[in-house]
Design a protein around this ligand. Structure first.
Ligand code: BG6
Ligand code: MG
Length: 218
């Protein structure tokens, strides 16, 4: 029986994955690394440093820079990202999400957030959704990033639920793999071909309703 929902943030609750991509693209092009939709998809869900390393690897320049220089690049990306977030408000909540969260709360489901982003408290605050997510995982306390199951396993733990009592919701392939590895029911939001490992697929967040989930499980 399902008792809890573990949410990814960027690209599921908030329309911020486009901002992450924009900020990374700026840095990638400065470093002479070709931007592609494959690279953009690969960057979804993974941590800031993992993202930078993937960009450097894609450009075959993974050994070119010192750790210190890499820290500087990552900080530069984050400054760009924060600039893009500046004017973000509740209009950046993805379609149907506000209603879905309200519905889940009314039905007494427990909610937690499994976001790799260190900016997630800020994003939730700007969207006016902090009250739904008293149970957040501090990504700095994680040993492994997505696709490792750790973050989604912790998402169930903080709710005092077993993984099989939880649904995980993700827009990234690495995220779906993390949910599956943790033993939760996985919902993938977005391209079915990319998220083929998800138990349930929805094309976008407007399809994310309790009714549709029940239908999919029938
Ligand atoms: C994930 C995003 O939620 O957080 C990634 O999907 C991002 O694109 C990652 O790189 C880390 O975010 P931040 O805000 O800590 O740099
Ligand atoms: Mg995401």
């Amino acid at each position: 029986q399902i008792k809890g929902f573990v949410f990814d943030l960027d690209g599921v609750i908030a329309d911020t994955s486009v901002y992450h991509a924009k900020a990374w693209r700026q840095l990638a092009e400065k470093l002479g690394v070709n931007w592609s939709s494959e690279l953009a998809d690969g960057l979804k869900g993974i941590s800031r440093m993992d993202s930078l390393n993937l960009i450097l690897k894609t450009g075959e320049i993974e050994n070119k820079y010192s750790e210190e220089e890499k820290e500087t690049f990552a900080a530069e990306k984050n400054t760009n990202y924060l600039n893009l977030l500046k004017n973000m408000d509740e209009t950046a909540i993805l379609p149907g999400i506000a209603d879905f969260l309200r519905d889940l709360q009314e039905h007494d489901y427990k909610l937690s957030l499994a976001s790799a982003s260190k900016n997630s408290p800020l994003v939730l605050k700007q969207l006016g959704l902090s009250m739904y997510f008293k149970n957040k995982i501090d990504p700095t306390t994680l040993k492994y990033g997505k696709p490792d199951p750790e973050i989604f396993a912790r998402g169930a733990e903080v709710l005092n639920l077993k993984p099989e009592e939880c649904v995980g919701i993700e827009d990234a392939k690495a995220g779906v793999q993390s949910i599956n590895g943790a033993g939760e029911l996985s919902i993938g939001i977005g391209d079915k071909n990319i998220l083929s490992e998800a138990d349930i697929n929805f094309a976008d967040t407007s399809e994310l309703t309790l009714e549709n989930i029940k239908k999919a499980l029938d």
